[in-house]
Design a protein around this ligand. Structure first.
Ligand SMILES: Nc1ncnc2c1ncn2[C@@H]1O[C@H](COP(=O)(O)OP(=O)(O)OP(=O)(O)O)[C@@H](O)[C@H]1O
Length: 615
């Protein structure tokens, strides 16, 4: 086997093991798109590496030319040893051997340089892709995340990008080497013997037909494999995230059964994909060997007739092998490309997602906000066909304290989602300080809000860093003061490393209440103009709740605040209570006024009082 062939043979491990995931159950299934378009788009990323690409091409060109000389040299060596020409020609033989030595040495160096350049190109491309994807994640609207699971997004950022990287690193050099070797070998073959060239070409149509048929099948199978990987990823993600619920409901067996069902599907489709792509190699080998036998027979006849030497036949056979080998390699690249393109399609899908509406060209940066908020006939639905908020109107004076209450699913959190522009309203308008919120830059608008949600998220890092998230340049004193105001300092100080205690992802080692207190400290530090507290005290005990309420009173002074609360005892002092039901405001007023109304709010308070008394 020539060096080129050996090199290519080692690259035959063409189907990378992917742990990629596609969309899971409720995510959208990737629609097959125009592979050509995806390829062209991927190529645009290569063009950013033009210089390296040209250099790589030159390296491959020189290397291929050198490797192409090998069979010819071997032919010369055979003829130099041919006894029919008057004994062994040692001087010619030693020259050929030295030449071969130089070729093999140069080939080693050039191959190393090729790997280097390929690694650089592929790593730079995936670096750029990954960066573009991560940037994009921050630009797409929150609604996108309602339809895509974390697992799916992670898989696109890691596995699909890896897939592309594998494809690029494994196929770029192989593709260029393949094309150059085919062209070079073919020229040498014609030069050595046109008759043998014709004889060796009879297997080509077979090779093409076969490659096309098999790759058509494998493309479908690889895609299905990606989808099943996505399902399995979703299942794993859900089981791990909800492991306590799974255990509490004794659903382990069910979870395992569900997993086994998906795992079986994945195994079956994976097996089929591997088997079909595995067909290619042995069949190609058989076809190549048939071609080899034809050339050897015709060559033998020509040699007997004295039309060519044995050395030429030997060279020709090597060239015909070198000619056929890249055809097989290219077929493999085709296979590899299918899985790389499937990954690229999924990555480009994210890059093509509609982004949050851009700020208007003359958008204002919010400065010195008073904090007046007005909703004017606001309509909104998460889906176009269902309106969740139906013509909502209310106004909040600067510095006032607004409580939003109502049954589950009434639309309370939705009001906050619109105020912060996590979602865009479909009708009416929202004004802050008399100006439509669309007229402000989104960044400055969000900076004006301090939000404490029911589900607090803490990042991995120290407690100090987590509080500092509210103000990056805060000093230690400011952080400690915020923690004290949020009544979080007492528990932080009891931790072994105090403010420097390292939290794992989402503060797994803290209680819900403690996490909530940290979130409140974070907001206190950020010192926003408008506060939003969505069930902020829902996870704390009554004693802690009192502490928080005290802290809240202090920080709410002079700031407009919106409090969503189920526990009505926490919002009695609110300036205005909005009662929301089925997306409409059914009542509005102070606690006393609403109690006098004896309507929905009154009923809710009475129910809660009864429940507490019954306990
Ligand atoms: N991201 C979303 N996509 C689609 N529908 C949503 C989404 N978020 C909420 N909804 C729907 O909108 C309606 C109002 O939800 P919202 O979260 O505003 O209610 P809520 O009053 O805050 O309820 P709760 O008191 O239970 O928190 C519900 O019917 C809910 O199913």
């Amino acid at each position: 086997m020539s060096q080129a062939s050996e090199k290519n043979a080692s690259r035959e491990n063409f189907q990378p093991i992917r742990v990629g995931h596609g969309p899971r159950g409720r995510g959208p299934v990737v629609k097959p798109k125009d592979a050509k378009k995806t390829l062209i788009r991927l190529w645009s990323y290569f063009q950013q590496q033009k210089k390296q690409l040209v250099l790589l091409f030159l390296l491959i060109l020189v290397d291929t030319l050198l490797v192409l000389a090998v069979p010819y040299c071997i032919g010369l060596a055979i003829d130099a040893m041919s006894l029919t020409k008057g004994g062994v020609n040692f001087s010619k033989l030693s020259l050929v051997v030295i030449g071969l030595g130089i070729i093999y040495f140069s080939d080693t160096i050039l191959t190393f340089l090729q790997s280097w350049f390929t690694a650089e190109i592929s790593q730079k491309i995936v670096f750029n892709l990954r960066a573009a994807l991560f940037k994009k994640l921050h630009k797409i609207p929150v609604s996108f995340y309602d339809q895509h699971t974390h697992g799916e997004m992670m898989s696109r950022l890691s596995n699909d990008v890896d897939n592309i990287s594998n494809t690029i690193s494994q196929s770029t050099t192989q593709f260029m080497t393949g094309i150059l070797t085919i062209v070079g070998s073919f020229c040498m073959m014609i030069w050595l013997s046109p008759i043998l060239t014709v004889a060796s070409l009879i297997t080509i149509p077979l090779v093409f037909t076969l490659t096309k048929t098999i790759s058509k099948k494998t493309k479908i199978l690889f895609k299905e494999q990606q989808v099943q990987l996505g399902h399995i990823n979703g299942q794993i993600e859900e089981t791990i995230s909800g492991i306590e619920i799974v255990k509490a409901f004794n659903h382990e067996r069910k979870a395992i059964e569900e997993f086994e069902a998906i795992n079986t599907k994945l195994r079956d489709v994976g097996l089929k994909a591997q088997i079909w792509s595995g067909f290619l190699m042995p069949i190609m080998n058989v076809i190549n060997n048939i071609g080899f036998a034809v050339v050897a027979t015709v060559g033998g006849v020509l040699a007997v007739k004295g039309m060519i030497t044995v050395g030429v036949i030997a060279s020709f056979l090597s060239y015909s092998r070198q000619f056929a080998r890249p055809l097989t390699d290219l077929a493999n690249i085709f296979n590899l490309l299918q899985s790389g393109l499937a990954g690229a399609e999924r990555v480009f899908e994210i890059l093509d997602e509609v982004e949050e509406i851009e700020d208007k060209p003359n958008a204002k940066v919010i400065e010195n906000l008073k904090g007046e908020v007005e909703f004017k006939d606001v309509t909104f639905g998460y889906r176009q066909d269902v309106n969740i908020l139906k013509g909502l109107s209310f106004s909040a004076k600067a510095g006032s304290n607004i409580a939003i209450v109502g049954p589950t699913g009434a639309g309370k959190t939705t009001i906050i989602n619109l105020l912060t522009r996590f979602y865009e309203i479909t009708g009416g308008s929202i004004l802050i300080d008399g100006i439509n919120i669309n007229e402000y830059t989104r960044d400055s608008l969000r900076e004006s809000f301090g939000i404490v949600l029911q589900d607090t998220y803490l990042f991995s890092g120290t407690i100090k860093e987590n509080i500092q998230y509210g103000k990056q340049d805060a000093t230690d004193e400011e952080i400690e003061r915020a923690a004290k105001l949020a009544n979080a300092a007492y528990f932080i100080k009891r931790l072994p490393n105090g403010f420097d205690t390292v939290l794992s992802e989402n503060g797994g080692e803290l209680s819900q209440g403690q996490k909530q207190l940290l979130a409140i400290a974070r907001v206190i530090l950020a010192n926003p103009s408008i506060l939003i507290l969505d069930e902020a005290t829902s996870s704390v005990d009554t004693r802690t709740e009192l502490h928080i309420q005290e802290a809240m009173k202090t920080i709410m002074k002079g700031r407009t605040s919106f409090m969503i609360a189920h526990r009505l005892s926490t919002i009695r002092d609110a300036d205005t209570i909005l009662v929301i039901d089925k997306g409409r405001i059914t009542e509005m007023g102070s606690h006393e006024q609403l109690m006098e109304n004896k309507d929905m709010y009154y009923q809710m308070v009475m129910n809660q009082t009864k429940n507490i008394e019954a306990m």
